[in-house]
Design a protein around this ligand. Structure first.
Ligand code: G4P
Length: 535
């Protein structure tokens, strides 16, 4: 990979390397085409030569991973991957997010590590529940959003109607950069609204390779696309009259969103998305620490862990912590400080992860993701730094809505059981709650969605060697409760207090109604909200 000239002074070089990074995630409802788009982006950036290389979709080239069995069987994506590839003068870091709602907490963690998000919408379906939810997270965090209307090669809704829906339902003003030529289902190309010309796409066999595109001047576009071009011009003029032209300031603050039209499966419009990322998406900037102080990109090295994952591949059984570099330079072998414990952390085993393939990573810059193996001590939210101490704010946990008691089925495996539970807890696969009443052998797993339980149970038996049973508990609502009130709440009918592994006490209630009526009857007891997983 090309790097900025190495003879520039160190801090100027860090700033220059940061400047050319684009770190983003694709958020979407399952099936909108996230995996397909991810591959198409890598294909267009020439990081892979054929679609199908990263996710190993059915019928295409497959990747080796027993962990993927569950994903394949269910047709969902659980594990997230970080892809890095060069495009033009930039380095693109694409952080994949699990699509299923049950893993929203995981997605949330990934979104703490990006500078922009691509909101992918299915042209026929418009805004779907998971898109809405993830959009809210981006909005809360002020993450700029690029909207991509995908599957334009299939019959779908009218483009203007989709723009209205986005504005009306989520208050995001759209500023299309491209506009489709041809209705959904008859995708001929796009109008580049900034330059005014027609980009005509040509299909390739099976969409496995880059689709050729021709750039046709406005005066020739009418001959080339006839009435479809006329419609595109007319609608584009309507958009301009309505103030829907791109504006960088409001894009960066998350008030407006540039829009592109694609067919990820046919590789149409993917180049345009890469160009927009390079030309318009923000590069890494200062990140504010727990004390509210910004850590500029050229400060000494700092990073935070946004994800911990194990068991992805049986040939690499260890645990990997993914950290986003916030400032400074990372060199493999650097000894960093783990802010939570003050202990040194040796980075001999740093990796970059490309889909399921891993390779040794020698250096990294702000915006990059480092995969750190042998990372038993690291948890999501932890800060690593060199020289000048810093601590970034913790990643808030989501409010669990499903609770189940975990019990080992084989008493002789109690050590494996304990270690396994601890590991799942540290990775954030589930939250682990305990109480004296229930005892250490019967911890309570708390999750945003029941599929997290399936993952936990699967890993306990296949990876930790300690099969478990999970008995669900009749609670739906959790609130943080003060230790002083814990006993009182615990004595209530349909309520129980348990302690999370980070020491926070959670009061569980059978229903929202019970929790609210308890609160009405006992206004002195303070119950605090966790982040709601579903709006
Ligand atoms: P996800 O990661 O968001 O869940 O979606 P994914 O990429 O897996 O895509 C879901 C389905 O939609 C796949 O079909 C995929 O081929 C299809 N798809 C994605 N983008 C487009 C597009 O632009 N146009 C059309 N027509 N289809 C698209 P599948 O039948 O589930 O799988 P596959 O066998 O085709 O891979």
């Amino acid at each position: 990979m090309t790097e900025v000239e190495s003879h520039t002074p160190a801090d100027t070089r860090v700033a220059a390397e940061a400047e050319r990074r684009r770190t983003f995630a694709v958020i979407s409802h399952p099936d909108a085409g996230k995996s397909t788009l991810t591959e198409a982006l890598a294909l267009h950036a020439r990081a892979i030569t054929e679609a199908g290389a990263i996710h190993g979709k059915a019928g295409r080239r497959s990747t080796v991973s027993d962990w993927m069995e569950m994903e394949k069987a269910r047709g969902i994506s659980i594990t997230s991957t970080a892809l890095q590839f060069p495009y033009r003068d930039c380095v693109i870091n694409l952080l994949d997010t699990p699509g299923h709602a049950d893993f929203s907490e995981d997605t949330y963690r990934v979104l703490t590590a990006v500078d922009a998000a691509v909101m992918l919408i299915d042209a026929a379906k418009g805004l779907e529940p998971q898109t809405l939810k993830l959009f809210q997270v981006c909005k809360q965090r002020g993450i700029p959003i690029i909207t991509v209307v995908n599957k334009w090669d299939r019959p779908g809704r009218h483009a203007l109607e989709l723009m209205d829906e986005i504005h009306e339902r989520i208050g995001l003003r759209t500023t299309p950069l491209t506009w489709p030529v041809g209705i959904a289902g008859d995708f001929k190309g796009v109008m580049d609204r900034r330059k005014g010309h027609f980009i005509r796409f040509t299909r390739t066999a099976g969409g496995a390779t880059i689709a050729p595109e021709e750039h046709i001047s406005p005066d020739q576009a009418l001959d080339a696309a006839g009435v479809d071009w006329e419609n595109a011009v007319e609608e584009s003029e309507l958009l301009s009259a309505d103030g829907s032209d791109f504006d960088r300031d409001t894009f960066v603050t998350g008030e407006t969103s540039p829009v592109l039209f694609t067919s990820a499966a046919l590789n149409f419009g993917v180049n345009q998305l890469l160009d927009v990322l390079v030309e318009l998406a923000p590069s890494p900037g200062s990140i504010v620490d727990v004390d509210g102080e910004p850590r500029p990109v050229d400060a000494p090295f700092s990073a935070f862990v946004f994800k911990v994952q194990a068991g992805m591949d049986s040939s690499h059984r260890d645990r990997i912590a993914y950290a986003r570099v916030c400032s400074g330079t990372f060199e493999r072998g650097d000894v960093l400080t783990h802010a939570a414990t003050g202990k040194p952390f040796v980075t001999k085993y740093a990796q970059s992860v490309f889909g399921q393939q891993r390779s040794t990573l020698d250096s990294a810059w702000p915006g990059d993701v480092i995969g750190l193996s042998n990372a038993a001590a690291l948890r999501p939210g932890d800060t690593l730094f060199a020289d000048k101490p810093v601590r970034f704010p913790p990643i808030p946990s989501f409010s669990p809505e499903h609770f189940a008691v975990a019990r080992g089925t084989d008493p002789s495996k109690h050590k494996q059981f304990r270690r396994g539970v601890e590991q799942l807890d540290q990775e954030g696969v589930v939250q682990v709650l305990r109480s004296d009443k229930r005892g250490d052998q019967a911890p309570v797993f708390a999750a945003v969605g029941p599929m997290q339980f399936e993952v936990a149970a699967h890993r306990m038996s296949s990876e930790m060697g300690a099969p478990i049973t999970l008995e669900s508990l009749p609670y739906q609502v959790a609130r943080i409760v003060d230790p002083a009130d814990a006993d009182f709440v615990d004595r209530q009918f349909s309520a129980e207090v348990l302690t999370r592994s980070d020491g926070v006490m959670l009061a569980l209630f059978s229903t929202q109604w019970r929790m609210e009526s308890f609160q009405r009857d006992n206004p002195d007891v303070i119950l605090r909200d966790l982040i709601a997983a579903r709006s």
